[in-house]
Design a protein around this ligand. Structure first.
Ligand code: NAP
Length: 285
């Protein structure tokens, strides 16, 4: 039996892990979020490690407000860099494994072929820079870790693009959505399954690795929005627009496609196509 501490459990990914873990009888999950655990406060994490005799931590906690981060720099670095440093140190001291989630935003988005784990990072905003700093500190401190970068995450829980589009699609006849940013929509449920499958398969193999994981396939935000309207049979028209016509506080990577070949090969995984997973998620909404 592996005792797993899941932090950030009220978020999209944390909630999906909570749902999925019941299918893994050899894994016992202990789920915490603010205010019970604050990853920037070592004593709050240490007490739960002791209380539940934890073997492994999954860090789903993050400062994820991409635009707000541009003004709230200290808070973004506190949660996305200093929090992982706390977890890395505690894992090293207590000989625990650590699975940490990172993002496509560590890349600039200037590539035109899917990013591999070995490609140079070059974040263009505070969120991406703070998440990259979190990766770097974990690599430095804790040898028994996996860092999994994902992108365009959505779920039935929390705030995300799918839920926003559903609301807008019900309220409007027409919406305008950016068509020149490309990525891979990723159902947090699929990422949750991959994380638990990895732990269940061979926990000893969790050692100093970085992986990319998204659902299969590539689309633009416009394609993603169109698929949501079509699958839900909403009459709202989706019009494609350019990024320059939808200004945001933080710049977005234009090309966010991650190559997931390494995680598939190392762990023998099959990854669902984004539109199939989207259909399954929408059936629950
Ligand atoms: N969402 C995406 O599109 C996306 C894309 C690529 C990668 N990722 C990464 O994937 C991971 C999971 O993302 P998500 O979408 O599930 O995030 P989420 O829904 O924003 O959930 C994050 C959770 O962490 C909590 N949290 C924030 N600060 C904390 C702290 N100091 N200590 C403990 N908990 C804290 C949040 O609480 P509050 O809500 O109260 O702040 C929230 O419940 C993150 O590492 C994120 O960077 C996300």
């Amino acid at each position: 039996m592996q005792n797993i501490l899941i932090i950030g459990s009220n978020g999209q990914l944390g909630s999906e892990i909570s749902d999925a873990i019941v299918k893994f009888p050899d894994l016992a999950g202990f789920f915490y979020d603010l205010p019970q655990i604050d990853i920037t406060d070592a004593s709050s994490v240490a007490s739960k490690i002791k209380e539940h005799a934890i073997d492994l931590i999954i860090n789903c906690a993050a400062y994820t407000a991409v635009d707000q981060a541009e003004a709230d720099i200290d808070a973004a670095y506190s949660v996305n860099r200093d929090g992982p440093a706390v977890l890395g140190r505690l894992c090293k001291q207590n000989d625990l494994k650590l699975i940490h989630i990172s993002t496509d935003y560590v890349f600039s988005g200037s590539a035109r072929v899917p990013y591999r784990e070995t490609d140079a990072t070059d974040p263009i905003g505070i969120y991406g820079k703070s998440k990259l700093a979190g990766e770097q500190v974990i690599r430095k401190i804790s040898p028994s870790h996996l860092i999994i970068r994902t992108a365009w995450l959505y779920s039935t829980r929390g705030n995300n693009f799918v839920k926003t589009m559903l609301r807008l699609g019900l309220e409007n006849d027409t919406i305008r959505v950016v068509s020149d940013q490309m990525g891979s929509p990723t159902y947090a449920r699929d990422l949750a399954w991959v994380i638990l499958t990895i732990i269940n398969k061979d926990v000893a193999k969790i050692k100093d690795q970085t992986y990319h994981f998204t659902n299969e396939g590539v689309c633009s935000w416009y394609d993603f929005a169109r698929a949501i309207m079509v699958i839900k049979n909403l009459q709202c028209q989706v019009q494609p627009i350019a990024t320059k016509d939808y200004p945001t506080l933080a710049a977005r990577p234009q090309y966010s496609v991650l190559n997931s070949a390494k995680i598939k090969a190392d762990w023998g995984l099959a990854i669902p196509y984004w539109r199939d997973s989207l259909t399954e998620c929408l059936a629950k909404l």
